[in-house]
Design a protein around this ligand. Structure first.
Ligand SMILES: NC(=O)c1ccc[n+]([C@@H]2O[C@H](COP(=O)([O-])OP(=O)(O)OC[C@H]3O[C@@H](n4cnc5c(N)ncnc54)[C@H](OP(=O)(O)O)[C@@H]3O)[C@@H](O)[C@H]2O)c1
Length: 437
């Protein structure tokens, strides 16, 4: 079984190492030896340390490598939309199975890859694209196919989880925690894709597509990052017995006409400390799946890093290699449900709102009136003097309101009207709340 490896960086280098170290076991598991036919890279002269591989295998011509007759399986660990899309479509149409870790491409145009796989009768596997080493996509696309998934809630970006965990542990602000993450190698020099939620949104699209048998692209995902989360927000969450996590949430719903829909979003949210995702610290990932018959399931582990990601890539390589030897193909894409994606404004969420208000009679009623006007029901209210002020002095007071579930648009409109009230000196924090607070 001959492999074309596209990319030999953080993940590709580990794929080469594991293929070498475990060659006998892999051959036994597959039923034939796995051999590298070639390795495509951008720079032939790059120092790759002591890779256990014949240097003559390296090439800068990925397409030429893919087209070779002696290549059975293409493993893509380059990343990005183009030229990767062109390579993989070419390989799949030619009947060569593909294993990829490319979440950006799958979330942008997974449909093109699935169509090419169907055309060429080839397998397309991508376990490494979401949550690194954690076996997650195979359970969604195989083990849970006898069930009905209702909701997927995940921490799928290690960088942001490291930053939020550090803010929670030390009281640091976002900038300080990001600096620590960069120093320790958890954040890239340009952290935009992580801290603005793009990476998590790509993964959310892939998870939603598999969980709900519907093509969901990154553009369908409502996305908010963590750059606006403050030390005060984290302190507010703590006071409520909660912590803040960047969550990816994909949930079934029903629209006004009674049709089933799906809502997919990525944003920071408060979750209670007794929620299974609250204890997921450092750069770890975890995904919480709720299904009608199975109930609650939790998948936890390392979501990134060369070796953990290569573990997932190799698992896929073994699966597609076995299929080829047996002359079979895995089940094709399951997108039959074709649910429509509900906009964020219609998503049902809860808000935690902290206000700095004037401490005088009637304030509470005026604030409650705004919520009522927008049809948002209040679950709890906590009021106390603002730091340094005397109760009843007419100076500022802190008001913390947690709502019941309401459409996100109604909550956003409530907050915007609160900001305009003269008795509201400032809206100090607005956070969505997930789980039973
Ligand atoms: N790193 C992780 O922890 C992780 C986790 C999950 C998924 N992934 C995904 O895995 C993929 C690879 O990530 P990585 O961290 O291994 O990236 P990386 O370290 O930047 O490696 C990229 C590799 O692709 C090669 N390459 C880039 N452009 C090329 C071109 N035009 N033609 C041929 N080769 C080209 C590079 O060649 P040179 O070596 O010559 O520069 C390098 O070997 C991405 O899709 C990423 O999202 C990564």
């Amino acid at each position: 079984m001959r492999l074309a490896l596209l990319g030999c960086g953080t993940v590709g280098g580990e794929v080469v190492r594991l293929l070498h170290e475990q060659s006998a076991d892999l051959a036994a598991r597959v039923g034939a030896p796995l051999e590298l036919a070639g390795i495509a890279v951008r720079r032939l002269g790059r120092d790759r340390g002591e890779l256990p591989v014949d240097p003559s295998l390296f090439t800068t011509d990925p397409l030429g490598l893919i087209k070779r007759d002696d290549v059975d399986v293409v493993v893509e660990v380059v990343g990005g939309i183009e030229p990767a899309r062109g390579w993989l479509v070419e390989a799949l149409r030619a009947g060569k199975s593909v294993v990829t870790a490319n979440k950006a491409l799958l979330a942008e145009d997974g449909g093109a890859l699935h169509d090419a796989a169907a055309e060429g009768g080839a397998d397309l596997y991508y376990e490494a694209a979401v949550a690194g080493a954690i076996p997650l996509l195979r359970p969604l696309r195989e083990s849970l196919h006898g069930d009905r998934i209702t909701r997927v809630t995940g921490i799928v970006n290690g960088t942001t989880n490291f930053i939020l965990s550090a803010m929670d542990a030390t009281g640091a602000g976002f900038a300080e925690a990001l600096e620590e993450a960069t120093e320790l190698g958890y954040a890239e020099a340009d952290p935009t894709a992580d801290v603005e939620g793009f990476d998590a949104a790509a993964k959310a699209a892939i998870l939603a597509s598999l969980a709900f048998h519907t093509r969901v692209n990154a553009a369908d995902v409502h996305r908010e990052g963590i750059t606006e989360v403050t030390a005060a927000d984290v302190a507010s969450a703590k006071a409520m017995g909660c912590t803040i996590k960047l969550l990816c949430i994909a949930a079934r719903g029903v629209d006004a006409a009674g049709r089933e829909t799906v809502n997919v979003r990525v944003h920071p949210a408060m979750i209670p400390l007794n929620h299974p995702l609250a204890g997921v610290g450092d750069a770890f990932n975890a995904v919480f799946v709720e299904a009608e018959a199975a109930g609650q399931l939790m998948f936890y582990g390392r979501g990134a890093g060369g070796a953990p990601t290569a573990s997932a890539v190799l698992g896929d390589v073994v699966a597609v290699a076995r299929n080829r030897l047996a002359g079979v193909r895995a089940a094709s894409e399951s997108a039959y449900a074709d649910l429509s994606v509900r906009p964020m404004g219609e998503a049902l969420t809860r808000y935690h709102v902290s206000l700095d208000v004037a401490d005088r009679p009637g304030v509470l009623a005026a604030v409650a009136g705004v919520f009522a006007r927008h049809g948002v029901s209040i679950a709890t209210v906590r009021q106390g003097p603002a730091e340094g002020s005397t109760p009843g002095s007419g100076a500022d007071a802190d008001l913390v309101i947690v709502t019941h579930v309401a459409p996100d648009a109604a909550l956003a409109a409530t907050v915007s009207e609160l900001r305009a009230l003269d008795i509201v000196r400032s809206v100090t924090s607005v956070l969505r709340v997930e789980g039973g607070v």
